[in-house]
Every structure is written in C-alpha cells, then in structure tokens.
Ligand binder design. Structure first.
Ligand SMILES: Cc1cc2nc3c(=O)[nH]c(=O)nc-3n(C[C@H](O)[C@H](O)[C@H](O)COP(=O)(O)OP(=O)(O)OC[C@H]3O[C@@H](n4cnc5c(N)ncnc54)[C@H](O)[C@@H]3O)c2cc1C
Length: 498
C-alpha cells in the first residue's frame, strides 16, 4: 500500500455492511476525512439478514443510536435466543438462549453441579436455569439488567429487524453526519501502477477517487476479488448448504422473542418474527435436494400467508483469503459467507468496523496493522465456522442422506478438541474475547446430544443436600422472575411500536 496520509474513504456498496461502516466511521473520523458511499438503487441489496446477537448493542451505543427509535424505524422486535427444532433428532428441540445459565459456585462452572444431579432427574432441565429461555418461551420481555433483590443477571437481548429498513435508517443517520452518497453503478475499478485501487469508475462516466476503499459490494466483491483477485477459502466441505430461499409471511399472532431454526431433510428453515411480518427462509444443500422441493418445503412450513414469491440466493460458504488487501478492506458478504444459523454475519461486519477503527491506516504506513487485521478477522471467522459445524456434525438423524453425510464428515481439529474435551469431563474453555462463551457451547453441545462421561470431582465438595437446595432455589427464583415480566407485545406497544 502506498505510504500517504489517508484523507478520503470510499465505501463501495450501500447494503447493511456499507451503511453500518459509513455510520460508524463518520462518527469516529468525522470532519478529518471525507467519506463517500457509492451504491446502486438499480442493483439493490440482498434484502435478508434480520436476526442479530447481543453484541450489536455495542455498535448501537457506538453510533449513539436510540434503541426505541431504531426499533420503531425497522419494525424491530427483541430476540432472546434461537430455538433449534429437530436438529439432534426429529421431535427434539432446545434453545441457544443468550445470557447466563445458572450461577457458578467456587470456581466451578454451574453446569458441573447440574450435570451431577440431572441424571437422577432431580435437577430439572438445563434451560430451567436460563432466565432468557424462560422469558422467551412465555413470550415475555423487559429491559431487566438484574433480577431485583438477587445477584442474578437479567435478560440479554438482541434484535430482529427488517433488513431493508435497517440500511435505510443507518443511511439517514450517516448522511446527516456528513457522509456523501452517490447513487450510480460502478462499471470498473481503476488501479495504480503498484496495484492499489485508485478510483471507482461509474457507468455515467464519473470517477470517484480515494486513498482507502471499503468493499461492501456483496457477493460480487467488486474490489477485493474482481479487481484484486484476493482468492477465497471454500468451506463447503464442512458446511455444504449453498442455497437459500427467503419469503416474508403475514403474522398470525404476537411475535415471539426468539428466532426459530427448524432442521429439514437437506438443510433448515428460519423464522424471524417482526412487528409487521415474519421473515422465513430455507437454507439447503443443492447436492441433496432441488430448488422446487426446497420451495415446497419452505411454503409448507410457514404459518401465515406468503407476501411475495420466494427469493432464491446462491452462496459458497467460506471467506476471502485476506480481508484487508492493499488499500481495500472488505466487509459483509464481500468478505465471505457463513450461513445465518447463529445470526453472525452482521456481527462480523460490526467487528470488522471496530477492528478497522482501531487499526486505521491514517499515515498509509500500515503493514503490521494490516497483518493484525487479517489475523484477527480470520480467527474470528474460523471460530464461528466451528460453532456452526457443531450443529451439523452432532446429529442423530440416521438414515437421511444429508444428515448422514454431516455426521460422518471430518471436522476441523479445533472443533474436535472442543467436543472431546466436553465428552471427557464436561470441560468447556473459552478466551475472554471469544464470541461464543461457555454457556453458548454448553447449550449447543447438550442440545445436540453430546454427553460427558464425567463431571468435575470438586462438585462433591458441596454436600448433596446443599447442592439440591441450591439448584431448587435457583430454579424457583428464575421462574418467579420470568412470571413477573410483561409480554413482549405489551413492552413493544409501550416503548417502540412502529
Ligand atoms: C439467506 C441469507 C440469510 C441471512 N440472514 C442473516 C441473519 O439472520 N443475520 C445476519 O447477521 N446476517 C444474515 N445474513 C447476512 C446478511 O444478509 C449480510 O451480512 C448483510 O445483509 C450485509 O450484506 P452486504 O451489505 O454485504 O451486501 P448487499 O446487501 O448485497 O449490498 C451490496 C451493495 O453493493 C451495491 N453494489 C453491488 N454492485 C454494485 C455496482 N456495480 N455498482 C454500485 N453498487 C453496487 C448494491 O447496490 C448494494 O448496495 C444472511 C444472508 C443470507 C444470504
């Protein structure tokens, strides 16, 4: 990358990625930098991507977004977790609920105490200890950060929102803060002699030059791939789903505060409840089913009336070999694709923005910053990849070709280690900056039928009667607290109804 002070940034693409980047960068770089977004209303956006994880609250705070205003403008609802239906086996379901499960005692994670007693049937379900789960299944929500008069954490929440409204909302905010918007088609990418990108050529003949570029052009990857030929690591071996069909339907009742992911014969179907409609989609493997069959299953599994024709999307799971190449950083679908099973793509955009802000190449001399950006971004991608693979590999849907293939595939060593460690002695170890922490792995491991051979011996230090009392009291406290919450419908009507 040429050494020169960076004074201008062009963001190519104005989908969720482009406008998230613009809103955040203008907040931080503000008047010191000109920021331009080039988007094409003729091409449009992918128009899916409606479920998030709690980390999005950090992004909202960073751009000083008022949560109620944001939900009103995006027809948003609250999300307390993801329910996985029929994943381990048909007829079984579990939730990856956000927030804590139980409460640790004397350095030993809670689940060891629960595991010690659950075999006898006296400890209830793992999810009896999740406040998020109890509230979600009763359709309840309130912004409770702590359960009153207890040391227990309150709810942890994320959002569902209408993807097209979200981009438009951020676009308004970013433009008010000084981001310039150009609505035009990019016809070519002009490069300097050394290979850096110099300018975007527009179909109307204009050129938009800048010192630094962010490629948010979606699956096309106009700068990062078509111009810079960065290359792509294909992960279809582990995550073979390569298509999705998405369809909005009319609501049939109050929105529940969680996403549902139902396993089907060659993939799975999402259901995302919004204020004004429900988002649905079927993610599937074209090697195991046809588009016609996938469409039929999708429409056969929705509750309300379809409001449009299903939209077909094709993708290859994986990531760019570099996420910062020369003077281009890519974000969103231009950077890679992980299926939306754990709603992580918008998070990957957010974390890429945060990382770019920390490592911004103000002076153009940035080799070490670029290396660090790529190292961290690749590690993040791979960590999420492993978590998603777990849902597929640990299945017991014997006799169904797609699921048999997933169960018998080889998996990354990093994931194998996590599964074997849990099997050995219920151990789950995460670093503090890992996206998914112990309770996330625990719920998915247990929910997918992975069972430990032993629990931590130190749980025996608590006398059996005390242990049972501790578990009973915790369950009762959480159940009572959940009962006191208003319904999500009441909460939205009071605070953020569209
Ligand atoms: C089936 C599916 C379901 C998903 N569900 C979730 C989910 O639940 N949660 C989640 O976090 N993420 C989800 N995602 C991912 C999420 O949709 C994306 O991360 C997010 O929408 C960002 O997209 P984007 O901005 O990168 O791309 P796009 O929305 O495709 O935007 C690309 C932009 O580039 C512009 N552009 C392209 N070419 C040109 C050109 N030649 N000239 C000018 N402009 C151009 C377009 O006009 C557009 O503005 C899902 C993705 C898919 C495919």
């Amino acid at each position: 990358m040429t050494q020169k002070e960076i004074r201008s940034v062009v963001i190519a693409g104005g989908g969720t990625a482009g406008w998230m980047a613009a809103a955040a960068l203008v907040r931080v770089l503000g008047p010191r930098m000109t920021i331009t977004v080039v988007e094409s209303s003729e091409i449009g956006i992918v128009g899916v991507g409606e479920a998030t994880i709690p980390a999005i609250a950090g992004f909202n705070r960073m751009i000083k977004l008022d949560e109620d205003d944001f939900l009103r403008h995006t027809q948003g609802t609250f999300k307390l977790g993801i329910e996985f239906v029929d994943w381990w086996e048909k007829g079984q379901s579990y939730m990856h609920a956000f927030g804590p499960v139980g409460r640790d005692l004397a350095y030993i994670p809670f689940h060891h105490y629960w595991l010690r007693d659950q075999a006898s049937g006296s400890a209830g379900s793992l999810w009896d200890y999740s406040f998020n789960f109890l509230a979600a299944k009763q359709g309840r929500f309130a912004r409770v950060e702590r359960i009153p008069d207890t040391p227990l954490a309150g709810l942890a929440w994320a959002f569902h929102f209408d993807a097209s409204l979200y981009g438009a909302y951020l676009s308004t905010i970013a433009q008010k803060m000084g981001v310039r918007r150009i609505d035009a088609k990019i016809s070519a990418v002009a490069q300097k002699e050394d290979g850096d990108v110099r300018a975007l050529r527009l179909e109307d003949g204009r050129e938009v030059a800048a010192d630094f570029f962010i490629d948010c052009t979606g699956f096309r990857g106009l700068l990062i791939e078509q111009a810079l030929e960065t290359g792509y690591d294909d992960w279809s071996h582990w995550l073979p789903c390569d298509r999705a069909q998405a369809v909005p339907t009319a609501n049939t009742g109050p929105a529940v505060p969680y996403t549902r992911a139902t396993a089907l014969e060659a993939g799975w179907q999402w259901r995302i409840p919004l204020q004004h409609r429900t988002g649905n989609g079927h993610v599937y493997c074209s090697g195991h089913t046809t588009d016609e069959r996938a469409r039929e299953l999708l429409l056969g599994n929705v509750a309300g009336q379809a409001l449009a024709e299903p939209k077909l999307l094709k993708f290859t799971t994986g990531r760019r070999k570099l996420l910062w190449n020369r003077n281009v950083v890519c974000m969103g679908l231009a950077s890679g694709f992980l299926e939306p099973l754990e709603s992580t793509s918008i998070h990957l955009i957010q974390i890429a923005i945060q990382r770019l802000i920390l490592l911004f190449p103000h002076d153009g001399d940035c080799e070490q910053r670029r290396r660090e950006f790529n190292r961290a971004a690749i590690a993040e991608y791979e960590y999420i990849r492993d978590f998603i693979i777990l849902h597929y590999v640990a299945n017991n849907r014997v006799g169904e070709p797609f699921w048999d293939q997933c169960r018998s595939m080889s998996i990354p060593d990093s994931l194998r280690h996590k599964i074997e460690l849990f099997r050995e002695t219920a151990g789950i170890f995460c670093s503090s900056d890992d996206l998914f922490q112990l309770t996330s792995w625990l719920q998915v491991l247990w929910g997918q039928g992975v069972r430990p051979r032993a629990t931590h011996p130190f749980v025996e230090a608590v006398a059996p009667g005390d242990r049972a009392g501790y578990l009973r009291d915790l369950r009762a406290l959480l159940a009572q607290a959940a009962q006191k919450l208003p319904s999500q419908a009441e909460f939205i009507a009071k605070h953020c109804s569209s």
